[in-house]
Structure formats: structure tokens, C-alpha cells
Design a protein around this ligand. Structure first.
Ligand SMILES: *Cc1c(COP(=O)(O)O)cnc(C)c1O
Ligand code: SF4
Length: 350
């Protein structure tokens, strides 16, 4: 049914039986606005007979995406004000994001960087831009950790990854290289010996943060891919987004966290959805999110507890949202503090 190549258009999705004639037009309209990609591994997980399928909801375009709310914004977490050179985001003192590539194996419908990623996105860094990014890291001895994200860095070929890793190997003060990726789930076969050997060319301590949101994504193939990374000495953490209609249920969320821990992946972050355009149908109130997170406590292992966080709009960084961390204020607003103690109202005024 799903075929062997990535589905990128409404016609592809129709031919694969993932959408029907009635939704082709709206799917085309969404695909004109935001990138679409569904890999064979993800397509195989979708049950087209289930209108509420949590995998379909994450990856198949919906007409709800064409509705942009006033408080939604192109750069919801404020990458741009912290971009000293193209591809680098330096928001926190000791670590930078390094966005070498702006494509992903699959495009999440709730993506917080949806205005930057995709075939029409910010592209891959040109050689001179790559040199400028390395020069920036080399010139800032306070940078202890480089976080490759984007886009999905593990979509790069082992040859290109090895080049980047050799660039980082030459910078002594960088001790940790972290990758944020969906590849072990979306394209598990790509996690092979060549890719792992390429990562190891950095000579640094390696961490991989796996992005997954529903326990069904942790298929035997995905778990094997993660096992190859962990067996190679690469530490893993998880990153998920709390999404209405996908994992906004303590049973589902608990099963997801257990699937991570079973795969030797320590649950790390559970993000409140960012204010990306056309993603309102995925967001719940912070109070609802807190109730779901609180329901995990005690009922599932302490290993399975992620930190519930919000990326504060404007580039103020992540803030804990755990049940004890923030309280509701007047008018249904929340007061969220950044790590420097600054207070921010959520949702921000449009
Ligand atoms: C999320 C993020 C990081 C990583 O934060 P951790 O709390 O270390 O996981 C680093 N830089 C930027 C700009 C970020 O948005
Ligand atoms: S993998 Fe990350 S960057 Fe890529 S579409 Fe999904 S959320 Fe966006």
C-alpha cells in the first residue's frame, strides 16, 4: 500500500490510499503552503480507515492548517533574533543550534519551524556559510555543546555528516555534539554502520534526541535503529510535543514514555505546542497539559517522566510548565518565568 518512496503530493497520498477524493483539493491547498512528506515507514503506520488516527494527524495535511490565528507567528520561538551567522542560533551561553540543513524526512503538521523548513525553506548551508558557522563556534570558547538540528541533520549523507563532524573535531572547547532527529522512526534503515561511523568522526561525546509523539512510532524497526545508536556508545534522550488528538491522554503518553525507556532513551522534553501558523488545532490550554502530565506521576516509573516545557515566544528560551512551575493568572493567561527570572504572559498579546 505505502510503496517504497516518500509521498510528497496530494496525488501521491491519494494513490497510496491515505486520503480520498473528497480531501484531495484541501490537501493540495495545504501542500502549496507547507511542505508535505510521508516516508514508507510512516505511511505503513497510518490506518486510513480511522478518521482519528494519531499518526495521520501528525503527518497528513488538514484544512485546519489554513487557519492562522492572530497570536501565531512565523518565528514562534524567536530563532532569528539569536542568529549571529546563518545556520547558528545562540540563545543560551554554553550551547548553540547548528542548522546545517532545512529539510526533514517527514514534515510534522505542527512543526515550529514550518516557515523555515521544506524544499522551499532556508536551504542547506553553502560552503562559505558552513565555514562562517564553524568560525563562529571556534571563536566562542564558551560553546561547550553543538546541537545539530534544522531540519533533520541525520537526513544528510554519511559523507556530508563526516565533513561536519571533522569540522567540529577541530574545535577543542566543543565537548558534546547533540542531534535532534526523527530519522530512526521515519527512515530506520538509514541508521546504519556508515552513518554511525560518520558521527564518530567528531571524536566528541554524542547524544541523539529522538523526536516521537505516539507509542506506535516505536516500531520494532525504529527500536532496532535506536539500539544501533546506543550500542555504538551514543546516549539518547527523547523529545515530544503534547498534541491534541495525538497524545493528550495519560495512557497514551505513559505508553510513549515507556517505549522510550524500553529503548534505552531517557524521556527529556515534552513541549507545549509552539505558536506556529496553522497549528491551533493541536494546542490545548496549559492547565489541560499540566493535568495530563500530573497523571503520569507515581503511576509510571520515574524514568518515564519528561519535563513539560514551553519555548517562550520572542527567543527567551524554554521554561518549565510542570504542575508546580506555573500558575494561571487573570483572563485565562499564564505567567511564565524564563531562566533569568523574567516574567512573560502566555499567550502573548497578538
Ligand atoms: C532548545 C534549545 C536549545 C537546547 O536546550 P536544552 O535545554 O539544552 O535542551 C539550545 N539552543 C536553542 C536556541 C534552543 O532553542
Ligand atoms: S522533524 Fe522537526 S523540523 Fe522537521 S517538520 Fe518535524 S518538527 Fe519540523
Amino acid at each position: 500500500m505505502s510503496g517504497e518512496r516518500t509521498l510528497k503530493t496530494a496525488a501521491d497520498l491519494l494513490a497510496a490510499g491515505l486520503i480520498d477524493d473528497g480531501t484531495v483539493h484541501e490537501t493540495e491547498a495545504v501542500a502549496r503552503r507547507y511542505a508535505v512528506a510521508v516516508t514508507p515507514a510512516i505511511a505503513a503506520l497510518i490506518d486510513p480507515a480511522d478518521p482519528a488516527d494519531p499518526i495521520a494527524r501528525q503527518f497528513l495535511p488538514s484544512s485546519a492548517e489554513l487557519v492562522t490565528l492572530p497570536q501565531e507567528r512565523d518565528d514562534p520561538i524567536g530563532d532569528r533574533p539569536h542568529t549571529p551567522v546563518k545556520g547558528i542560533v545562540h540563545r543560551y551561553p554554553d550551547r548553540v543550534l547548528f542548522k546545517a540543513v532545512h529539510v526533514c524526512p517527514v514534515y510534522c503538521r505542527f512543526c515550529f519551524r514550518r516557515e523555515m523548513v521544506g524544499p522551499d525553506g532556508d536551504g542547506t548551508l553553502a560552503p562559505t556559510e558552513m565555514e562562517a558557522a564553524f568560525a563562529y563556534i571556534a571563536a566562542h570558547p564558551e560553546i561547550w555543546e553543538v546541537i545539530l538540528t534544522g531540519g533533520d541533520p541525520l537526513i544528510l549523507s554519511p559523507r556530508r555528516l563526516a565533513e561536519i563532524m571533522r569540522g567540529l573535531a577541530a574545535i577543542d572547547h566543543v565537548r558534546i555534539v547533540r542531534f535532534h532527529t526523527r530519522v530512526p522512526v521515519a527512515n530506520p534503515d538509514n541508521i546504519d554502520a556508515d552513518l554511525i561511523a560518520a558521527l564518530k568522526e567528531s571524536g566528541k561525546t554524542l547524544w541523539v534526541a529522538l523526536h516521537a509523539n505516539h507509542p506506535r512510532e516505536l516500531t520494532p524497526q525504529a527500536r532496532d535503529a535506536c539500539a544501533r545508536l546506543v550500542d555504538a556508545g551514543i546516549a539518547m534522550v527523547s523529545q515530544s510535543v503534547l498534541l491534541k488528538g495525538v497524545n493528550d491522554d495519560p495512557t497514551v503518553l505513559g505508553a510513549l514514555m515507556r517505549a522510550f525507556v524500553e529503548s534505552r532513551i531517557k524521556p527529556y522534553y515534552l513541549h507545549h505546542p509552539d505558536l506556529a501558523p496553522g497549528t491551533g488545532h493541536f494546542r490545548m490550554d496549559i492547565g489541560e497539559g499540566q493535568a495530563i502530565v500530573a497523571a503520569l506521576r507515581g503511576h509510571v516509573s520515574g524514568l518515564c517522566q519528561p519535563a513539560y516545557v514551553l519555548d517562550i515566544p520572542g527567543g527567551h528560551g524554554k521554561a518549565p510548565l510542570g504542575p508546580d512551575a506555573v500558575a494561571p493568572g487573570p483572563d485565562g493567561c499564564w505567567s511564565v518565568s524564563d531562566y533569568r527570572g523574567g516574567l512573560h504572559v502566555w499567550p502573548p498579546r497578538p
